[in-house]
Design a protein around this ligand. Structure first.
Ligand code: NAD
Length: 336
């Protein structure tokens, strides 16, 4: 039986990195039947709604998606399709492993960085509840619930236990948002008591940002509400070589959508400059989710081997290769 997967190439650099990831997944020999679902600004504007029905129908059938980024207009236009998709499918946990790749030259090359970020994915300031109450006065509602906070905390602790992670740090601003972040942190504390084998700490988000830059090697698992999780993910990506290499997964009870941390990168779209590593490593997470452990290992080892060799890297990580050049090198390595 093949695996069925909804492939959402997205826009900007999305189609380029999606094509690269599909080629890499297929080279592992795993049997996947892709259901391609286009999603971009033109389609959204034409459909007049954020999520076209065919996309939701496809994900309903496959339960698994591999997604490229989709552009969201800034300060005007339609709601973020990325946020809408996570809410529609209740993809409550955003999981982002941040790990240095072998041989990559970064400012922190001599430091061992290996952390996993758990970002709550359905609420917080991403509720989309904004109002202009009178002219030039706007409110934006930050929604934090016990249900969502307990769920993401449990997910992070269970992951830590399964994967032999030692420490979880919950990141918050409960000194200022005493009710909202206060509830989040109380839920994290409550869940932590059920996992005595995992050390539990808390950091205020501004201090956490500094500690991440000063001592990134001391972080193991990070647990954050939605907005801080979004910002800290990009910061952490910067520590290991940038957005081109950090993968991610949006996990729900019934559905899972795998996508890189990065956006549609309009500044380099269509130029063959995009680094497909992040989406390839997201596909590695997807293969593990499908229990295709050998295929996952093959692809992950091939990516690491191309980095170790250092001859076919894209510009963002110091090389001069194109998206296709890097992808060809990964494929050659997989095929031995
Ligand atoms: P971005 O992540 O697209 O780009 C930030 C910088 O990183 C750019 O300089 C870009 O060239 C570089 N970069 C990103 N990915 C790269 C890759 N794979 N290889 C090489 N360089 C890469 O962030 P942005 O410019 O702030 O956002 C652009 C658009 O993407 C916005 O509309 C935003 O809303 C959207 N976005 C979508 C998602 C998603 O679909 N999940 C996530 C984040 C942002």
């Amino acid at each position: 039986m093949p695996h069925y997967c909804t492939l959402i190439p997205g826009d900007g650099i999305g189609p380029e990195v999606a094509q690269a990831a599909v080629r890499a997944v297929e080279a592992t020999g795993v049997d996947i039947c892709w259901r391609r679902a286009e999603l971009n600004e033109a389609i959204i504007l034409e459909a007049g709604k954020t999520l076209p029905q065919y996309l939701l129908d496809s994900l309903e059938e496959t339960k698994i998606g591999l997604k490229g980024p989709v552009t969201t207009p800034v300060a005007t236009g339609f709601q973020s399709v990325n946020v809408a998709l996570r809410k529609a499918l209740d993809l409550f946990a955003n999981v982002r492993p941040v790990k240095a790749l072998p041989g990559i030259k970064t400012r922190f090359a001599d430091v061992r960085i290996d952390m996993v970020i758990f970002r709550e994915n359905t609420e917080d300031l991403y509720s989309g509840l904004e109002h202009e109450i009178v002219k030039d006065v706007v409110t934006s509602l930050k929604v934090i619930t016990r249900t969502a906070s307990m769920r993401i905390a449990r997910y992070a602790f269970e992951y830590a236990k399964r994967n032999d992670r030692k420490t979880i740090v919950a990141i918050h601003k409960a000194n200022i948002m005493k009710l909202a972040d206060g509830l989040f942190i109380r839920c994290c504390r409550e869940v932590s008591q059920q996992f005595p084998e995992i050390a539990y700490k808390e950091l205020i988000v501004d201090n956490a940002s500094m500690q991440l830059v000063m001592r990134p090697e001391t972080f193991d698992v990070l647990l954050l509400p939605n907005l801080y999780g979004d910002i800290v993910s990009d910061l952490a990506a910067g520590l290991v070589g940038g957005l081109g290499i950090v993968p991610g997964a949006n996990m729900g009870e019934t559905h899972a959508v795998f996508e890189a941390v990065h956006g549609s990168a309009p500044d380099i779209a269509g130029q063959g400059k995009a680094n497909p590593t992040a989406l390839m490593l997201s596909a590695v997470m997807m293969l593990r989710h499908m229990a295709e452990v050998d295929a996952a290992r093959k692809l992950e080892n091939a990516v690491e081997s191309v980095y170790r060799e250092g001859k076919h890297l894209t510009r963002d990580v110091g090389g001069d290769s194109t998206t296709a050049g890097f992808t060809d090198a990964v494929l050659r390595t997989i095929r031995g």
